[in-house]
Write a protein that binds this ligand. Structure first.
Ligand code: ADP
Length: 158
């Protein structure tokens, strides 16, 4: 399966551990790159136990952004998002781990950085509702679609 797999492991004689491994798509946004925060943020993900399964730097163009943000492409603030997200190259990354989709969203905090608690990535490093450091898939369906959008099958570790 592309976004997740379930495995049963014997961790002790007689007991079985259920592991649900997932993949999620994250993007280190232009503010994160500009402030040289990618290493700091990635370190939080790795410390939480997640692994990098794919990574590429790219400049996001308008058709890709309209597809990626289709759910808000008609909002009056979308032109601002488009110019922010295309202002300089970003890094798209696939992270893998147990329950990674929800746990990464928890590590980020809410969309609006001004509402995010200290200790979350957006609370510590974000500026506004738009300038909020990192994108992360919000569901397993989004993760599958977003990984396909940014990576070919040859580009990442299965
Ligand atoms: P999230 O990225 O937390 O999943 P959304 O999918 O709702 O949030 O929005 C995508 C991105 O669009 C946000 O991360 C943020 O950069 C930007 N955004 C969302 N809402 C607004 C808003 N009201 N004004 C400006 N930018 C916004």
């Amino acid at each position: 399966m592309l976004s997740g797999s379930i495995s049963l492991e014997r961790n002790q004689p007689g007991s079985i551990l259920l592991q649900i491994m997932e993949k999620t798509l994250i993007i280190f946004k232009p503010d994160c790159m500009q402030k040289k925060l990618m290493g700091t943020v990635l370190s939080r993900f790795e410390t939480a136990g997640f692994s990098v399964a794919g990574c590429k730097m790219m400049r996001l163009d308008s058709p890709l952004l309209r597809e990626h943000y289709a759910h808000i492409a008609d909002e009056p603030f979308f032109p601002n998002i488009e110019s922010f997200m295309s202002s300089e190259p970003v890094v798209a990354m696939i992270l893998e781990g147990e329950n990674v989709i929800k746990k990464v969203r928890d590590l980020l905090g809410p969309t609006d950085s001004t509402q995010a608690l200290a200790g979350t990535i957006r609370g510590d490093f974000g500026e506004t509702v738009m300038v909020n450091v990192v994108h992360a898939s919000d569901s397993s369906e989004s993760a599958v679609a977003e990984i396909r959008r940014f990576f070919t099958d040859h580009d990442y570790i299965k």
